[in-house]
Design a protein. Structure first.
Length: 582
């Protein structure tokens, strides 16, 4: 789970006073180069401080001790869930592009050039959204803010007593936060962009599941657990905070969810499109934007579809070859790994991944389980990013209802832990990048990396090599099929019947399963491609680097270069990766 993307940036005021001495030569050139980098870093720092200060939740998850950065937030706020007015946003983005282009690019050092390229492409991508912002969806059954907010609040770390007070104040902000969501959804409905009744029903079910837990829910449980970390508190103070928490939940948080449900219910019937994005005005244009902003890929949709089809054929052929050379392989594949604890699996993964990935030491983490009330609507697992100034706590949540086998749990832990999200996040933090790098979220890199490393996890599982390869090919084929469905549904307009026919070609004959897959993809456009096109981008870069470096290529070196550049869009990653190999 990543921090929110920047959608609302106010233009900073950057004043640079240069004292230029008379003369010319190397000394003057040196001072000018330095000034360009100093000016640029001042610009990016102002962006970071400005945006991170506008949202208390993002601030707390990004910086444990914001006071060390001169940040003192006077108003506790969740910000606004809805996108900014497009005219104001376009003006802001255009201003940032102008500011960037005023810098002398050639005078910037490599780190700043990476950030420059990253920001420029980011701003231009967001600018391309234009008036299509009403196609964005902030509520959905599994990935919507109303579904993720309770977990983010439950994991709000208390470093001192002020954090307890801030947390309680944040809970009181949910009502106004949801009001902004309703206002946006009403605007969507008035313009013909509201969700279908099927999706609405599933959103309401998710909200109801949260409300049904009452005051005995995980928010209360974790709140009381965190209070125990303050041994200096008297029993009277502990009871005071518990009572305040319960009162806010019953009088403000739960009513806020009820109001959200009522407001959304009032819009029932206004959603006229039960199919993909392309059935909306400018839907294809918006889908192209999603692939760029979420997956970080900038090829045409047609080229991306062709790349998916090539991989589908390649993996299918390899799977058939494996099964043909060993007729018992498919039978053996039905066998599972022996049971293990998640802690033991992560320890094993941490050790074994050192064969192919740079070594990292002393990474602490804890494992938690998704609360029962959220299991139906949560991902199989997720990782919560720690603040960049502490690099802890590293928390992996496991959804016990989402696991079908021990092998799947093992590879899921690799995705979320080693050498996936937890590993990549801690690696990047330890090279001390500029803070702006922690603010922007590039899902294609982050989720693509975690999917890419899953292929190694099958090898680390201890399975026979052919079985391990078969396991990964099966996983790859599934993600490829779902990504093709995503493109087919949202860009080419596949109906449920067409999607069902496509799935039946791969042995998925059950109509209910096909319907559920279709509905999930309707609700999460661009989500599967974020994972799988991200994976394919890393795979293609590896092949290109192997060809370029020939016998000098090593996996550890390749992975180190990827990790050192850090999360960016794939055109930027490719540029600097190939530059390293030049």
């Amino acid at each position: 789970m990543q921090p929110q993307k920047i959608h609302r940036l106010a233009k900073p005021v950057c004043i640079l006073l240069l004292s230029l001495l008379a003369g010319i030569g190397a000394g003057l050139l040196s001072r000018f180069v330095l000034s360009q980098n100093a000016r640029f870093q001042s610009f990016t720092n102002s962006l970071f401080l400005q945006e991170i200060s506008s949202n208390t939740l993002n601030l707390h998850y990004t910086l444990a001790h914001p006071e060390n950065y001169g940040i003192r937030q006077e108003t506790i706020t969740l910000g606004r869930a809805a996108p900014q007015d497009p005219a104001a946003l376009q003006k802001t983005l255009t201003g940032y592009i102008t500011t960037l282009e005023d810098f002398s690019y050639q005078k910037l050092n490599r780190e700043n050039r990476i950030i420059y390229d990253m920001l420029l492409l980011y701003f231009k991508t967001e600018l391309s959204l234009g008036d299509n912002y009403l196609l964005e969806e902030v509520v959905s059954p599994s990935l919507g803010i109303q579904a993720q907010l309770p977990v983010l609040l439950a994991e709000y770390t208390f470093y001192d007593e002020q954090d307890i007070l801030d947390y309680l104040q944040l809970l009181t902000c949910i009502e106004s936060y949801f009001d902004s969501i309703l206002a946006f959804e009403e605007k969507k409905a008035a313009s013909g962009y509201f969700m279908s009744d099927t999706t609405l029903h599933r959103v309401l079910e998710q909200c109801s599941a949260f409300l049904d837990t009452g005051t005995d829910n995980y928010l209360s449980e974790l709140f009381e657990e965190k209070l125990k970390t303050f041994p200096e508190f008297s029993q009277q103070k502990l009871e005071k905070y518990k009572k305040a928490h319960e009162t806010i939940l019953t009088q403000q948080v739960f009513p806020a969810y009820q109001t959200l449900m009522a407001g959304l219910s009032d819009l029932k019937g206004s959603g006229k499109n039960p199919y993909g994005l392309c059935y909306f005005d400018h839907g294809r244009e918006y889908y192209r934007y999603l692939l760029r902003s979420q997956a970080g890929v900038y090829a045409s949709v047609e080229d991306l579809k062709d790349r998916l089809l090539r991989q589908l054929l390649q993996d299918s052929a390899e799977m058939s070859s494996l099964a043909g050379s060993n007729p018992r392989l498919l039978e053996q594949y039905e066998e599972d790994l022996e049971a293990f604890s998640p802690t033991d699996a992560l320890a094993s993964l941490e050790e074994k991944c050192q064969e192919d990935f740079p070594f990292l030491e002393d990474i602490s983490y804890n494992i938690k389980y998704v609360p029962d009330s959220l299991e139906e609507f949560s991902s199989p697992a997720f990782y919560l990013i720690p603040p960049v100034d502490t690099n802890s706590p590293n928390t992996i949540y496991i959804n016990r209802s989402g696991q079908t086998s021990n092998l799947e749990l093992f590879t899921t832990l690799a995705h979320e832990g080693f050498p996936g999200h937890l590993y990549q996040t801690n690696y990047f933090s330890r090279i001390h990048p500029q803070k702006i790098r922690h603010l922007l979220s590039f899902g294609g890199y982050v989720e693509g990396w975690a999917t890419y490393v899953e292929s190694y996890a099958y090898e680390y599982s201890g399975l026979d090599p052919d079985l391990a390869r078969l396991g990964w090919l099966n996983r790859s084929l599934n993600l490829c099929i779902y990504s093709l469905l995503d493109v087919g549904i949202h860009y080419y307009g596949w109906t449920p019947a067409q999607a069902g026919a496509f799935l039946s070609g791969f042995g998925i004959q059950d109509g209910e399963i096909a319907e559920e897959i279709y509905q999930y993809i309707i609700e999460t456009p661009g989500n599967y491609p974020k994972y799988y096109l991200g994976y394919l981008s890393f795979l293609d870069l590896k092949k290109e680097m192997q060809k370029k470096e020939a016998s000098a290529f090593t996996l550890i070196s390749f992975h180190e270069k990827i990790l050192d550049i850090g999360p960016v869009q794939f055109p930027v990653l490719k540029k600097y990766l190939l530059e390293d190999a030049a």
